[in-house]
Design a protein around this ligand. Structure first.
Ligand code: ADP
Ligand code: MG
Length: 283
């Protein structure tokens, strides 16, 4: 039967009190909500049914199917799905620290240690996804949330609306992603899961120097620079980045996906290992 109906609980408002808006996305809004019985606060993504085209509805069901199977400390946990006649409600764990994006724009750039603590968590989530043959396809700082305020916050990957279960023997062809972070092979029309590693490389580059590797005044200009795949690491900031840090960025931003480092190898790269030793960021 219909997936949503199987998990339908009659009235979300009996179980949850819905509160203030946390963020808005392409298809609706996300609000904080409180589980009445336990008092626990969670997040609820609300989508209006009459706003969803059939294609978007499919994507949304798909996001739920994938999130349901995910079990990783750096991937947002899905609790329940509700519906009423007008809306769908997805209940997930609440990330009160907001988007990594908002942290990034608050400072010029990150220390290598702080950047490594973030990248370890992102790469841990991504290599878990790839081991499960799931490609995310829209990794970016807007889709990386912090579970709490303060320095020990844990990163949670969200937004599996563009993710897909893939066959490792086959290439993918649909275009998904966001200009600054999209891999050149997606633009060229044929790619595999290594497109996520590219996006991680872009994120790491931004953390280390405070600017995107592929920039422009317009989306078209950014995409043109992505297609060329050339980026600079000769500014003053990069002079202070370690050899290992530069090595990992270069391995993740390798133009040819066949030569690009795999997510699990990036996770065990010396830069990550050395800078995050003794730090527990994945519980
Ligand atoms: P879309 O698929 O429409 O982009 P997202 O799932 O990315 O929707 O959510 C949109 C925004 O809502 C996020 O960028 C974030 O600011 C906020 N948000 C989403 N999920 C949570 C959560 N679990 N906790 C806190 N804020 C969230
Ligand atoms: Mg989003």
């Amino acid at each position: 039967g219909d997936f949503i109906n199987e998990h339908n609980v009659d009235n979300i408002r009996e179980d949850y009190q819905i509160g203030k808006v946390l963020g808005t996305g392409a298809f609706g809004e996300v609000r904080v909500c409180t589980h009445r019985k336990s008092g626990i606060k969670r997040a609820v993504k609300i989508l209006k049914k009459n706003f969803l085209k059939e294609e978007e509805q499919k994507k949304f069901f798909h996001e739920i199917e994938i999130l349901k199977k995910m079990d990783h400390p750096n991937i947002v946990r899905l609790y329940e799905v509700y519906q009423d006649h007008k809306r769908y409600f997805i209940i997930t764990e609440l990330c009160t620290g907001g988007e990594l994006f908002d942290q990034i724009i608050k400072r010029p750039y990150y220390s290598e240690r702080d950047a490594a603590i973030i990248m370890k968590q992102v790469l841990s989530a991504v290599s878990y996804c790839h081991a499960e043959n799931i490609v995310h396809r829209d990794l970016k700082p807007e889709n990386l949330l912090l579970d709490s305020d303060g320095s020990g916050a844990i990163i949670k990957v969200i937004d599996f609306g563009t993710s897909q279960k893939y066959d490792p023997e086959k290439k993918m062809h649909q275009t998904y992603g966001t200009p600054y972070y999209i891999a050149p092979e997606i633009l060229a029309g044929e790619y595999n899961e290594k497109c996520d590693v590219w996006s991680c490389g872009v994120i790491m580059y931004i953390l280390l120097c405070g600017r995107p590797p592929f920039d422009g005044q317009t989306d078209d200009e950014i995409l043109e620079n992505v297609s060329k795949g050339t980026y600079k690491t000769d500014s003053a900031v990069w002079k202070n980045v370690s050899k290992e840090g530069l090595d990992l960025v270069q391995k993740m931003l390798k133009f040819d996906p066949e030569k690009r480092i795999a997510s699990k190898d990036a996770l065990s790269h010396a830069w990550i290992k050395n800078l995050t030793e003794g730090i527990n960021v994945d519980q």
